[in-house]
Design a protein around this ligand. Structure first.
Ligand code: NAP
Length: 352
């Protein structure tokens, strides 16, 4: 049972991020002081949305310069905080060197932030943004899960530096977090494990998240011939922010929380947009056959290896989200709302 004093500052690492933006908004709306740890506090383009939210809410925001790879660089930002949200971690598939670009910032960054928590006596709880990627690599992994559904008891054992290194980075980082947590008794650890996050970005002109690239593909013509029926989970970014908030402030919160609203697939995500946007935008209408993808996929996209297609296309994804619903009382937005609100941002900002 960990009670957090809401009058104390709350640290959010990676505050510029897509997911973190909505979390910071929620904390500011609740009137809290947010210590926003960012790589560059002078990069106005990346902070514009946070400053705007701060100007219109009762809370306060203070920026701190921190980098995952600079040991000790979160200490000043963490001072006096009882609650630490560690969201910073690269989420991209466009990497040249997976060790340097994904694994090191994820794992060394987690170590850096959590070891700093060991040195700051005010810290009582750390909430780490992990991922369903720390639970599974491919949709086919669901078939090996009890009752065919991913649960919090499962760990990803199939990602590697060579295959799905982002998933590998999240697995190693979350393991590191639990290892550091278990070696001390000052603070407790809660992890939020979202599946693919969608929904409106607060700062569409400076969003680096892979979620946004996936969203753009829906409307930029990439999928006009169709989309793969690739099994995956989907959750709204606003619900993920609320999950973080509840994970921080619910005294009984414990362990991992699968944060997944809908068992779906890539094609279905595009198809829910058809009634509202189908006339004007080149949305995917039909499924690309698996045999065709096996033939041409590897030539069109380096991530679309035959192994990936075999293990994900036309394979159902299923996860058990009962723990977060029961323990944190969360209800999830419908998929149509999530997709439409996200796509509308692209329309409003002339991105598609
Ligand atoms: P994002 O918008 O790209 O956010 C990533 C954040 O990490 C940015 O604030 C970025 O800072 C920061 N970061 C990256 N490298 C850093 C470094 N070396 N030092 C300090 N900060 C660094 O992506 P996101 O989707 O919001 O992801 C946020 C978290 O959610 C990540 O932990 C990700 O793994 C997790 N997650 C995301 C999804 C999803 O579908 N989006 C699903 C499950 C879990 P800069 O702005 O300075 O680059």
């Amino acid at each position: 049972m960990t009670q957090i004093d809401k009058s104390k500052p709350v640290l959010v690492t990676g505050a510029t991020g897509y997911v973190a933006g909505w979390l910071v908004k929620k904390l500011l709306e609740e009137g809290m002081t947010v210590h926003a740890a960012v790589r560059n506090p002078n990069n106005e383009k990346k902070l514009v949305h946070l400053n705007e939210v701060a100007a219109n809410t009762p809370g306060n925001i203070k920026y701190f310069k921190s980098d995952l790879l600079q040991e000790g660089s979160y200490a000043e930002a963490m001072k006096d905080c009882e609650l630490v949200y560690h969201t910073a971690s690269p989420f991209t598939t466009d990497v040249k060197d997976p060790q340097k670009d994904l694994i090191d910032p994820a794992v060394e960054g987690t170590q850096n932030v959590l070891e700093t928590a060991n040195q700051i006596p005010s810290v009582k709880r750390v909430v780490v943004t992990s991922s369903c990627a720390a639970i599974y690599t491919d949709a086919i992994d669901c078939q090996k899960a009890p009752n065919g559904k991913l649960t919090e008891a499962i760990w990803n054992t199939t990602a590697s530096l060579a295959y799905q290194p982002y998933s590998y980075s999240k697995t190693l980082a979350e393991k590191k977090a639990w290892e550091i947590n278990e070696a001390q008794s000052q603070w407790d650890l809660v992890t939020v494990n979202p599946c693919l996050v969608m929904g409106p970005p607060l700062n569409p002109h400076a969003t680096t998240s892979e979620s946004f690239n996936i969203l753009k593909q829906m409307g930029d013509g990439t999928l006009k011939m169709g989309a793969p029926k690739m099994g995956m989970g989907l959750v709204d970014v606003r619900d993920v922010a609320l999950a973080h908030y509840l994970a921080g402030f619910t005294p009984e919160a414990e362990g991992r929380y699968i944060t997944a609203a809908h068992d779906t697939n890539f094609l279905e995500m595009g198809q829910v947009l058809l009634p509202k946007y189908g006339d004007k935008y080149p949305l995917p209408k039909r499924a690309l056959p698996k045999w065709l993808l096996m033939l041409v996929g590897p030539m069109t996209n380096k991530l679309f290896t035959r192994q990936f297609i075999r293990n994900n296309v036309d394979v159902e994804w299923k996860a058990d989200n009962s723990k977060i619903k029961a323990e944190l009382g969360i209800t999830f937005r419908p998929m149509k709302t999530t997709m439409e609100d996200a796509f509308q941002v692209l329309v409003d900002h002339n991105i598609v």
